[in-house]
Ligand binder design. Structure first.
Ligand SMILES: [Zn+2]
Length: 143
């Protein structure tokens, strides 16, 4: 284990998101990309997929842009993509799932742990930050 290295490589690129180093109540999912890490990991290194949310600069951003309120399994990226593909089939009948289908087309996700079971929306001001950075945000299906 490299100490505190996070996902950053020496050449400046990110090859892998951090893997949650503990499991339980402090696990949180990014509301934009559904990456799952611990609160401390988001606070120290932000979200590898969404650096523009500045979670590493302000803990309020971590609280606003992530949620501990997800119930589904935490999946490695390959499983996550497979689940989205399964959703795409469902989306033919259920338009509420279409965010997942659209997501695949733009998806450039760093390998890591993800969950599909996020039902909260990113707060509006942060959705605006996505737009400012030309990053698409797909809200989850509504209850
Ligand atoms: Zn994210």
């Amino acid at each position: 284990m490299r100490g505190g290295g996070g996902g950053m490589m020496d050449d400046g690129g990110v090859e892998h998101a951090q893997i949650p180093n503990s499991f339980g109540h402090e696990l949180r999912a990014c509301l934009r990309c559904r990456l799952v890490k611990t609160y401390d990991q988001f606070r120290e290194n932000g979200c590898e997929n969404c650096p523009f949310l500045d979670m590493d600069k302000d803990r309020d951003n971590v609280v606003s842009c992530t949620t501990a309120n997800f119930t589904g399994p935490v999946l490695p990226l390959s499983e996550f993509i497979a689940q989205i593909l399964a959703c795409r089939i469902i989306s033919l009948m259920d338009p509420n799932r279409s965010w997942a289908a659209r997501w695949l087309r733009i998806g450039r996700f760093i390998p890591g742990c993800y969950t599909l079971a996020v039902s909260e929306e990113l707060p509006e001001e942060y959705q605006g930050m996505c737009q400012d950075n030309n990053v698409q945000y797909f809200p989850p299906k509504r209850p």
